[in-house]
Ligand binder design. Structure first.
Ligand code: G1P
Length: 302
């Protein structure tokens, strides 16, 4: 089949599946993550993982493959119906609240697979191989929230369809931050598009091929699974997706696209607060109140 991919309707470039790795321990958010998955921590009242799943769904994806681990059942329950809750709310005529709960159960098909040992992002993606099968798929990392008019994953799918090749989303970062990300290098084709020839996972600043970083959004051909099976452990002794992408860039084509949108690093405490404020200010019922609160807190500081 080469590097073209066919769905049941015969279209070779439909992206129907997303893989969302959610197996991490969430140690950066202890003690909150002692008994609940970090993915369930909410930005205001919506768990982070719901924002990510909604990005996938709003990009046309219907099958979401969660790569989870022990003690992560709350995530699966969140995307299911909660009969007792919904029935109780309906009997009390609280139909709006019942609908909020039911709608989440109707968002998409959730397929759950386990990463039994924490051996890195590449290893987590490989755990989804059987569930994805021989078709292209998206990967969305849960620590990166991207607020965009056109969902980031949808922007990348459009590039995937035009180029018929894998594509990673990138953003430009300051030099002192390149060591936090997978960094791409290659030839610029236009304002936003790059043909990627090399990638480095978390390079020291003097070894970075550019300042274009991958904030956790990928559209990949299934070739990546075959490559991941032969990718040796890299940075931190873990199987790195970035290392597998370096091989993919040699064996097929790989593009990087500078997506339009604002990215929040919700895996970081300050990034999490930043996202919370930004999302609160976008909600009409909260905006005024939040501004008043910020004024009050700022006043008490000066
Ligand atoms: C992972 C990837 C890295 C990517 C980053 C985005 O690293 O390995 O290439 O740039 O996510 O958030 P992590 O932050 O999980 O260590």
């Amino acid at each position: 089949m080469g590097n073209t991919h066919r769905d049941h309707t015969g279209d070779r470039t439909i992206v129907r599946k997303a893989v969302i790795p959610a197996a991490g321990l969430g140690t950066r958010f202890l003690p909150a993550t002692k008994a609940i998955p970090k993915e369930m921590i909410p930005i205001i009242d919506v768990p982070m993982i719901q924002h990510i799943v909604e990005e996938a769904v709003n990009s046309g994806i219907r099958d979401v493959i969660l790569v989870t681990a022990r003690h992560k059942e709350a995530i699966e329950n969140h995307f299911d119906y909660n009969y007792e809750l919904e029935d109780t709310l309906e009997r009390k005529a609280k139909y709006d609240l019942a609908l909020i709960s039911k709608k989440i159960g109707n968002l998409c098909n959730i397929i759950s697979v386990r990463q039994k040992v924490p051996m890195g992002l590449g290893h987590a993606v490989l755990a989804a191989a059987a569930a994805v099968g021989d078709e292209p798929f998206a990967v969305l990392l849960g620590d990166d929230l991207i607020d965009a008019e056109i969902p980031c994953t949808k922007q990348l799918i459009e590039i995937f369809q035009k180029q018929n090749a894998s594509v990673v989303g990138v953003m430009e970062v300051p030099k002192d931050e390149v060591s936090k990300y997978g960094i791409v290098g290659g030839t610029r084709l236009n304002d936003r598009l790059m043909h990627v020839t090399h990638l480095v996972e978390k390079p020291p600043v003097n070894e970075a091929p550019s300042q274009f970083a991958i904030p956790g959004r990928y559209i990949l051909t299934p070739k990546i699974f075959e490559i991941l099976r032969r990718t040796p452990p890299g940075k931190g002794g873990e199987i790195q997706l970035t290392d597998a992408l370096q091989i993919l860039a040699k064996e097929e084509k790989l593009f990087a696209y500078q997506y339009e949108g604002t990215r929040y690093d919700t895996g970081d405490r300050l990034g999490f607060i930043d996202a919370t404020l930004a999302f609160a200010l976008k909600r009409p019922e909260l905006c005024g109140g939040v501004i008043e609160l910020m004024k009050k807190h700022l006043k008490s500081r000066v």
